[in-house]
Design a protein around this ligand. Structure first.
Ligand code: ASP
Ligand code: MG
Length: 406
């Protein structure tokens, strides 16, 4: 069986008119003799509205009931798609997570899919039906409805491709693919034809919002080739694939950035073992994600300044935790909200020397000050003043020739 998984994101099914368009895309694959499994998100905005309701009715709405509510958005969009396909003369029906079932494990609101039962869908495909499967949801061993993390329909689609052994998984969304950087920031951005799992994972985690990072990790682990393309354009999108399949040898594949970081500096912290751990422990216990970290030895070598970045929305909580933390002493706490993290990403940097130097030199030429640096094997991130964001991205785009041969 030539199975293909088509996933439609929230904006692709955001209005009834758009759902008609989606139905036409689905039938075009049926006509090409594919056995099509559709996975859909909720209509855009719906999941947020549902979440708001839970917050309004109770300050501590139970997580298991939250999943019952949040999962309903997908039930609506899937039924609408199936209904339209029926009208167009195709056999189609919605399948909710528990009806397959899609079996999950882990906490409510953040479950993981561990298995998808194939039999019912395979039989349905054999009978000529087009199953429309709800993304983002499953059922656990207590037979309760669960949801994955937000944006989890991408993961649902990729794991459908895995369990049904699909030839392809296509993510239909509202952008034409993955770009070298955000086209809303600069006209220089170019669509990337092929990107490796590793690069895509870094790009997604660093702020390029095309796909949910966890879904790319699943694609990478299971070696599932993913196409990302627009529901509203005929243009070919971006293929996320193995490094081996990428001929273009650009050192850097793309530039990501964030706009919602805050930088905290603790001045005059005692320089002795265990201090950094006692600063970060309460943050960890409160699920505050610390990103970049630097520590400077002070002149007298008994004290140090510690700088780190967090998500802006965690700022108030973080400040409180630091100020109320009896086990650490510091002279001053400085906050800077006007920072952005800019990252260059590319597997090519593993084998190409001098990338760091080129990045720093390019920024220096434009008089852009680097405040914090962090690196991994395939990315280099710098923290800069937010006002220099566009300038930085553009100069790096130029330096690494990202508008050529992608
Ligand atoms: N509807 C869910 C959300 O808004 C899942 C998804 O869109 O992928 O997070
Ligand atoms: Mg989404």
């Amino acid at each position: 069986m030539k199975i293909i998984v088509l996933k439609f994101g929230g904006t692709s099914v955001g209005t009834l008119k758009k759902i008609v368009k989606v139905a036409k895309i689905i039938t075009s694959y049926v006509k090409k003799k594919y056995k099509v499994i559709v996975v859909s998100s909720a209509m855009s905005g719906v999941t947020n509205e549902l979440l708001d309701k839970t917050k309004k009715i109770s300050e501590n709405f139970p997580n298991d009931e939250k999943d019952v509510i949040l999962s309903t958005g997908e039930q609506i969009s899937c039924a609408l798609i199936a209904g339209k396909l029926n009208e167009l003369g195709y056999k189609s029906r919605s399948w909710l997570g528990w009806q397959l079932p899609i079996i999950t494990r882990g906490n409510y609101n953040a479950s993981r899919i561990i298995k998808i039962q194939k039999t019912k869908i395979i039989n349905y495909l054999k009978s000529g039906g087009v199953p429309i499967v709800t993304g983002f949801q499953g059922v656990n061993s207590d037979f309760r409805i669960t949801t994955l993390e937000r944006g989890g329909s991408d993961t649902s689609a990729i794991l459908c491709a895995k369990f049904f052994d699909a030839e392809k998984c296509i993510i239909y969304t509202d952008v034409e693919g993955v770009f070298t950087t955000d086209p809303n920031l600069t006209k220089a951005a170019k669509k990337i034809d092929k990107i490796s799992y590793e690069e895509m994972l870094e790009m997604a985690s660093l702020g390029s919002k095309v796909m949910q990072p966890a879904s790319i990790q699943e694609a990478r682990l299971n070696r599932i080739e993913v196409d990302v393309r627009s529901t509203f354009s005929k243009k070919l999108g971006t293929t996320i694939t193995k490094k081996k399949n990428i001929i273009n040898k650009n050192t850097i594949r793309g530039i990501s950035f964030t706009k919602n970081d805050a930088k905290i500096t603790l001045i005059g912290v005692k320089d002795k073992p265990g201090v950094a751990a006692s600063i970060f422990k309460p943050l960890y216990e409160n699920s505050i994600n610390v990103d970049m970290v630097v520590q400077n030895i002070s002149a007298n070598s008994r004290e140090t300044d510690l700088t780190f970045t967090i998500n802006l929305e965690d700022l108030i909580k973080t400040k409180k935790l630091l100020q109320n933390n009896k086990s650490i002493k510091f002279k001053n706490l400085i906050v800077n909200k006007n920072v952005s993290k800019v990252s260059i990403v590319g597997v090519g940097m593993i084998t190409t020397p001098g990338v760091t130097y080129r990045m720093f030199k390019a920024l220096a030429k434009k008089n852009i000050n680097i405040e914090v640096i962090s690196t991994s094997e395939i990315k280099i991130s710098v923290l800069i003043n937010k006002k220099n964001l566009k300038k930085s991205v553009e100069i790096l785009h130029q330096e690494f020739k990202l508008n050529h041969n992608l």
